[in-house]
Structures are given as structure tokens and as C-alpha cells.
Design a protein around this ligand. Structure first.
Ligand SMILES: Nc1nc2c(c(=O)[nH]1)N[C@H]1C(S)=C(S)[C@@H](COP(=O)(O)OP(=O)(O)OC[C@H]3O[C@@H](n4cnc5c(=O)[nH]c(N)nc54)[C@H](O)[C@@H]3O)O[C@H]1N2
Ligand SMILES: Nc1nc2c(c(=O)[nH]1)N[C@H]1C(S)=C(S)[C@@H](COP(=O)(O)OP(=O)(O)OC[C@H]3O[C@@H](n4cnc5c(=O)[nH]c(N)nc54)[C@H](O)[C@@H]3O)O[C@H]1N2
Ligand SMILES: [Mo]
Length: 569
């Protein structure tokens, strides 16, 4: 994020684009509500009538998959109506003329069919965004989980640059990143192309620096992104093939798209290690399982989505009979056994090595995290006066070599798989408040299971339910070109008739049986938000209910879950 989460409250306009904070990040959502109370206007861009839409001044209920058509049209209006910040564009950016040329054809009338939004509403949104004086964009998976994703992010950045909404308090562009520590995983270099601190493996000076620090020769080759692993296991030639796989805090057999292909690749692997705090769908394929302590059983640092480092502290001991170690201890022991001794005494030692190797993190010491609670990078000096950086690009200084922002001019592309006669509906997937991602954690919590349990729900417009003759709570079969699953019908006016929605937390109602592994070419994120499906009525509901119970018992037994809650040994 270019801004801090706490700055949300001070924005005068929030453009909430493909982000459902109320379910995904209730604490961030509270900041959106507070901003509203302080007088901020809110524009919500979402194909569903989510909670943010209910408090919004304007809800653009766009057609799924039309993001860039809409974003380019917003740029069109801002330019056409002379609402640009011309001084900022002239002094602090380049590439504007190309964008100006490209968006000429994106008048609100020209994109009305693609976006299903009335031209007047696009004009109104553009005016609100460009004229508030302090506009902030928050976006989420409704942007990222498309084959055209990175270019939409750049399109949103275009809007912020052309209106000068960068480099000040309460403006900017905020990808409200998913998990509590997904930003931290990236900061630490758990990416195929970088060392910690976003230092690219292909840069010779960077390679030399880490070789010197660690005393071993290092490769300058970019690794394999997670979503390419099935291809590397199944289809690459012998010399490139992945044969062993170490899965750490991830459950691809639940969370990756096109599960048929994922299962095939997990079966083909010669050796699979799973390091997790619970048994998962993936651990059922593992040769070795390394049980780790959970977040309250160890020390460490999390990075929030707004670059804020925060300490986490051990508050309880793992059960005395549990044969578990902390993740860092497991990694150290494996490294030592493989011939590279790691002898850390605690997490602070690891942290100090890290910050000394990463210029943007150097000032974020344990002492400062203790003192200030939250230290946002860049924080370059160990001096106590350097408290870190809430917002980036101060005074219009950007991280490009020339210090200027770069406009991007790209045309909208339709999603990969279109609805058709056999699969007439749009299939989209998202989150619900009571369960978390692959559900190995929340599915092991009896309280949360009491709130909501297998096989989950599919959100359908009541008119569609009527057409298909299905009622609330009835089990239905959902089918795509790649697979199917069974789940319950949930009629809701919040969604349009053309699209149905499932959450991806369910083991029986596993929506990733259906999703498509179409990837954005830059981020390699799959198009979880769009493929084609159909919903089938199940005539024999008694049989279907029995099927769900039996399947659930099988899955829980395979995962070693005790029927009374908790896990068996
Ligand atoms: N309770 C709970 N909280 C979670 C998680 C969880 O599993 N459970 N997961 C965490 C993780 S890993 C993440 S990444 C975050 C994600 O949090 P969010 O980004 O909020 O994720 P989603 O709910 O998947 O999608 C957001 C919205 O995108 C909309 N959308 C779908 N298609 C389009 C489109 O074409 N255009 C636009 N503009 N919008 C569209 C959906 O209707 C949805 O409301 O949540 C985190 N928080
Ligand atoms: N259809 C569909 N699929 C999706 C998405 C979607 O919107 N739609 N969203 C995608 C997104 S954005 C994400 S981020 C992924 C998330 O998918 P995953 O990352 O696979 O799922 P999680 O449940 O977040 O976490 C993975 C595992 O980490 C373990 N874990 C928790 N704490 C620790 C720890 O301290 N140490 C260790 N070793 N393990 C730990 C948990 O027990 C869990 O099994 O799903 C993706 N899949
Ligand atoms: Mo995520």
C-alpha cells in the first residue's frame, strides 16, 4: 500500500474497488465506516451488493470481469472534463500522452454494454474521485484474481497520478492484502525472484552481497511461481521437472485452481514435505509432515499490508505431549542437516541479520517495534527518531530511476472463459466472515463450525433459483468444464442473475474443483473470479444429504480430525 491503513479514516473520498472489507478484514472495514462518519464519500465498485455498497454514495455494480474498461472510462471522463492535476502530471510523471490517446475510445457510452453501468454513473464517479482533494483507492481480490490483473492495478494508479492523489496523507492506492502476514512473506523474500527486501536475484551486486553475507555461492536464476508448479511436475522435460516439493503454511490441494490438475501433480511428486500447524488436504499426499507451533506459541514479526512491522509474542506453550517445533527451528535444523549450519538462538538474531541486509528495513529494530508498536518500511536509520514511513512517494518522488510516476496505457481484455450454452453462468469465488482460506484452521474450531459448516453455500439471484426450481438450503450440483462440487443454494438479491458466487473454504463444496488455472502473466495469480458454470438441481435430496455426511466423515478421518473437535495424534 502507498498509504497507511490508519490514514483511511482521513480520506475525503474512498474508491473501494473489488474489496469486501466487511467479510475479509472487519477491522479495516471499521476504518471505512469511521471515514464515512467523518464525512468521506464512498464509491463502491463490486458486482455484488456488499456491505460497503450499502453505505456508499455510489455503487457501480459492474459486470464481472470488466474492470479495465471501467477504469479507462473513468480516466476518459477525468481528462475530458479537465479535472486532471496538470502540474503534477507535468512535473512528476511521464507517459500521459499515450494514455490520453488510448482512453479516447473509452467514453462511458462506449463501455456501457461491457460494464453494464449507466454512463451518468461513470461520469459521477469520475467527478467525485477527481475533485474531493483527498481521494484514496482501496482494492482487493476483485482486481487481482483475474488474468488481466496487474494492468488494472496500473490503471487505478493512473487515476491517482493524473489527479495528484499520491504522496500526501490520506490519499494513494491501497491493495488491502490478504493474510495477516502475506506482506511479511514477500518482505522476507518468499518470492521466486527476490531476496529479502525485494532485492532481485538477477542483479549481480545483490547476488554478491548475499553470497558474502552467507558465505556460499548463490544462483541468479528466477525460481518457479507457486501456480506453475503443476506444470513443472506434469509437463516439463526431465531436466526441468520438479520432483520434490516442500510446502510450508500453504494448502494447495484446497486453495489452488483446477484441483484435478493439482491432485494429479501431488500424486506424481516423488517426495512431498508439508510443514503446517494442522493436517490439511495437502498433507494427505505428504511423505513427511513437520508439525509447527501456531502464532501464539512462538515469537516473530508480522508485516501488515501497509508495510507496518509488528512484533508477535509467544503467549502459551504448546501442549507438553505435542511433538512440535517453531518454524524457524525446523528450518534451521533442516539447513544444518543439509550441510549449511544455522545456529540462531532466537528470532531477534534472525531479524537483526535480515535488517542489516535490507536497506529499506534497517531501522526497524526490535527496540523500535517495542516502543512504537508499528514501524512501517521504508525505515532506513536505526536512530530512534526514524519511526518509519506512513505514506510513500512524498512530494511526488516515485521509486522509478528518474523519480517520476509512469502512466500505463493498456486496453481492456475479456476474461479467459466465456459463458456458453453448456455453462451459461459466470462462476466467481470469494470469502465469508466465519471461515478462513483453506479452512484447516477455522474448520478445526468447533465454535466456528457451529456457525457454518459443510458443504457451504452458493449465492444465487432469487430469479435464477426460481428458474432452476431450487430453494434455500437445498443441495445443488455446480459444474464447470473441469469439475464439479455439491453445495447449498443461498438465494440473495445481493447478486445479479448472470453470476453465482461460492466461498473457497469448503472441503466438500470445494469451488476450486471448477475454477480455471488462467494466470495473469505478471503476477501469476489465477482467474478465481471468473469461469463458466451451470447449477443443477439434485432430485434426490435424501441421497445428497447422506452423501455430504459420508464425504465429510471420510475427509475428517483422513485429516485425523477428532469428531468431538481438536485433532487426534
Ligand atoms: N473471514 C475471512 N477473511 C479473510 C480471508 C478468508 O478466507 N476469510 N482471506 C484473506 C485473504 S487470503 C485475502 S487475499 C483477503 C481478500 O479480501 P477481498 O479482496 O475482500 O476478497 P474477495 O471477497 O475474494 O473479493 C472481493 C470482492 O471482489 C468482488 N468482485 C468479483 N469480481 C469482480 C470484478 O470483476 N470487479 C470488481 N471490481 N470486483 C469484483 C467480489 O464480489 C468481492 O466482494 O481476505 C482475507 N481475509
Ligand atoms: N477459488 C478461490 N481460491 C482461492 C482464493 C479465492 O478467492 N478463490 N484466494 C486465494 C488466496 S488470495 C490465497 S492467499 C490462498 C490462501 O490459501 P492457503 O495459503 O493455502 O490457505 P491458508 O488457510 O491461508 O493457510 C495455509 C496453511 O497455513 C497453516 N499455518 C497457519 N499458521 C502457520 C504457522 O505458523 N506455521 C506453519 N507452518 N503453518 C501455518 C494453516 O494451518 C493452513 O493449513 O487461497 C487462494 N485460493
Ligand atoms: Mo490472499
Amino acid at each position: 500500500m502507498s498509504n497507511g491503513v490508519h490514514e483511511i479514516e482521513d480520506a475525503k473520498l474512498l474508491l473501494v474497488f473489488g474489496y469486501n472489507g466487511a467479510d475479509s478484514h472487519p477491522i479495516v472495514a471499521r476504518r471505512i465506516v469511521r471515514a464515512k462518519r467523518k464525512g468521506a464519500q464512498i464509491i463502491c465498485v463490486d458486482p455484488r451488493r456488499i456491505e460497503t455498497a450499502r453505505i456508499a454514495d455510489l455503487h457501480l455494480q459492474l459486470k464481472n470481469g470488466s474492470n479495465l474498461a471501467l477504469v479507462n472510462s473513468l480516466a476518459h471522463v477525468i481528462i475530458e472534463e479537465g479535472l486532471t492535476d496538470n502540474a503534477f502530471i507535468a512535473e512528476r510523471s511521464h507517459g500521459f500522452d499515450e494514455l490520453k490517446e488510448l482512453v479516447k475510445k473509452y467514453s462511458p457510452e462506449a463501455v456501457a454494454d461491457i460494464t453494464q453501468i449507466h454512463p451518468d454513473d461513470i461520469r459521477k464517479a469520475a467527478r467525485l474521485y477527481a475533485t474531493s482533494g483527498q481521494s484514496m483507492i482501496l482494492y482487493g481480490m476483485g482486481v487481482c484474481q483475474f488474468a488481466q490483473a496487474v494492468n488494472v492495478v496500473k490503471g487505478l494508479a493512473n487515476l491517482a497520478i493524473m489527479t495528484g492523489n499520491f504522496g500526501r496523507w490520506g490519499v494513494g492506492i491501497g491493495p488491502v492484502r490478504g493474510q495477516n502476514n502475506v506482506q511479511g512473506a514477500c518482505d522476507m523474500g518468499a518470492l521466486p525472484n527476490s531476496y529479502p527486501g525485494y532485492q532481485n536475484v538477477t542483479i549481480p551486486e545483490v547476488q554478491a552481497k548475499f553470497e558474502k553475507a552467507w558465505g556460499v555461492p548463490l544462483s541468479n536464476k528466477v525460481g518457479v511461481p507457486l501456480t506453475h508448479v503443476p506444470r513443472y511436475v506434469l509437463h516439463e522435460p526431465e531436466d526441468k521437472k520438479i520432483r520434490a516439493y516442500y510446502v510450508f503454511g500453504e494448502d494447495p490441494a484446497q486453495s489452488d485452481p483446477d484441483l484435478n490438475e493439482v491432485r494429479e501433480s501431488l500424486e506424481k511428486l516423488e517426495f512431498l514435505v508439508v510443514q503446517d500447524i494442522y493436517m490439511t488436504r495437502t498433507s494427505q499426499y505428504a511423505d513427511v509432515i513437520l508439525p509447527a507451533t501456531g502464532w501464539n506459541e512462538h515469537d516473530g514479526v508480522f508485516t501488515c499490508c501497509d508495510r507496518g512491522f509488528q512484533r508477535i509474542r509467544k503467549v502459551i506453550n504448546p501442549p507438553p505431549d505435542a511433538d512440535v517445533l517453531t518454524d524457524w527451528d525446523i528450518i534451521s535444523r533442516i539447513s544444518t542437516a543439509m550441510g549449511y549450519p544455522m545456529k540462531y538462538k532466537n528470532t531477534e538474531e534472525i531479524w537483526n541479520e535480515l535488517i542489516d541486509l535490507c536497506p529499506n528495513f534497517t531501522g526497524a529494530t526490535y527496540e523500535k517495534m517495542e516502543k512504537y508498536v508499528n514501524v512501517q518500511w521504508p525505515c532506513r536509520s536505526k536512530d530512534l527518531a526514524d519511526k518509519g514511513t506512513s505514506f510513500l512517494h512524498k512530494d511526488g518522488h516515485f521509486a522509478n530511476p528518474d523519480g517520476k510516476a509512469k502512466f500505463s496505457a493498456v486496453d481492456w481484455l475479456p476474461p479467459t472463459e466465456k459463458e456458453n450454452q453448456e455453462f451459461p453462468l459466470i462462476f466467481s469465488t470469494n470469502r465469508e466472515v466465519g471461515h478462513y482460506s483453506a479452512r484447516s484452521m477455522t474448520g478445526n474450531c468447533r465454535l466456528l463450525r457451529n456457525l457454518e459448516d459443510e458443504p457451504g453455500w452458493i449465492q444465487m439471484n432469487p430469479a435464477l433459483c426460481q428458474e432452476l426450481g431450487v430453494k434455500e438450503g437445498e443441495l445443488v450440483k455446480v459444474v464447470s468444464k473441469r469439475g464439479h462440487c455439491v453445495t447449498r443454494c443461498l438465494p440473495t438479491e445481493r447478486v445479479k442473475k448472470q453470476a453465482v458466487y461460492m466461498t473457497y473454504q469448503w472441503w466438500i463444496g470445494a469451488c476450486n474443483e471448477l475454477t480455471i488455472a488462467a494466470l495473469d502473466p505478471i503476477s501469476n495469480t489465477p482467474e478465481y473470479k471468473y469461469c463458466a458454470c451451470r447449477v443443477e438441481k439434485i432430485k434426490n435430496q435424501v441421497w445428497a444429504e447422506k452423501y455430504v455426511l459420508e464425504e465429510y466423515a471420510k475427509i475428517r478421518a483422513a485429516m485425523g480430525v477428532n469428531p468431538k473437535g481438536g485433532q487426534t495424534a
